[in-house]
Design a protein around this ligand. Structure first.
Ligand code: ATP
Ligand code: MG
Length: 216
């Protein structure tokens, strides 16, 4: 089975995440596993408890057979590092193919992740565009710059497929999705300022946030 791993703080999950997952799944994956972080070292704002963020994910995906939520990072506790998660998931899904899904903003900071080089050696990436910062084929060369230094040298560009291929034969595939310019940051601000969030995230999640008085 082809499984996409989609990590994030999901504070809260919104249609930008869900639509990206849907389009990636429809094109080439059998299943997407959403993995909320426990603690995130690179986020300035203190995230909502991991349990509440996971609960909102569960509410959001409950009628979608291809989507799952994993508590693997929450159970592990402490700061969440993708490398550790991938090592764990590789053991659980040893007979499946795993793909790591990230938005372009996340990809552009990947160099600073713990053991970034090791992550790229282990797993293929699917990078989706965010908002109106689209990526063209011409930009493929520039996208090499975001890779950890040690990986840059051996990288080959497949212009036709919109892919970078590492010397370990793993790929980084830049996949164009419908652009939904939605972010959790804007949604949190809207809740705080009593501005409508209708049609930015599922109604059931909006209700959960209101009932639990989150983001006030
Ligand atoms: P915040 O504003 O708090 O940073 P966010 O909306 O960026 O929240 P994250 O939980 O940080 O959401 O993102 C998790 C993953 O989903 C990241 O890889 C991010 O790039 C991707 N992502 C988030 N929003 C979108 C979107 N609208 N379209 C495509 N990918 C997205
Ligand atoms: Mg973000």
């Amino acid at each position: 089975m082809k499984i996409g791993i989609f990590g994030g703080t999901f504070n809260p999950v919104h249609f930008g995440h869900l639509r990206a997952a849907e389009e990636v799944a429809q094109s080439f994956l059998n299943k997407i596993i959403f993995i909320p972080t426990n603690l995130t070292s690179n986020k300035k704002t203190v995230a909502l408890s991991a349990e509440k963020r996971m609960e909102m994910l569960n509410i959001a995906i409950k009628n979608n057979k291809k989507f799952e939520v994993s508590d693997i990072e929450i159970k592990r506790g402490g700061y969440s590092y993708s490398y550790d998660t991938i090592v764990q998931l590789e053991k659980i899904y040893s007979s499946d193919e795993l793909y790591f899904i990230v938005g372009m903003d996340a990809y552009s900071g990947v160099k600073n992740w713990k053991n970034a080089e090791g992550i790229f050696d282990k797993i293929n990436f699917i990078v989706v565009n965010r908002s109106n910062k689209k990526f063209s084929q011409k930009k493929l060369i520039k996208l090499i710059d975001f890779l950890p230094d040690k990986l840059k040298e051996g990288v080959k560009i497949d212009y036709k497929e919109n892919k970078l291929i590492t010397s370990k034969n793993k790929f980084i595939y830049f996949f164009k999705i419908s652009r939904l310019d939605i972010s959790s940051t804007v949604i949190r601000d809207n809740f705080k300022n009593n501005i409508s969030n209708l049609f930015l995230l599922p109604n059931e999640v909006i209700n959960y946030i209101i009932n639990n008085k989150l983001y006030k």
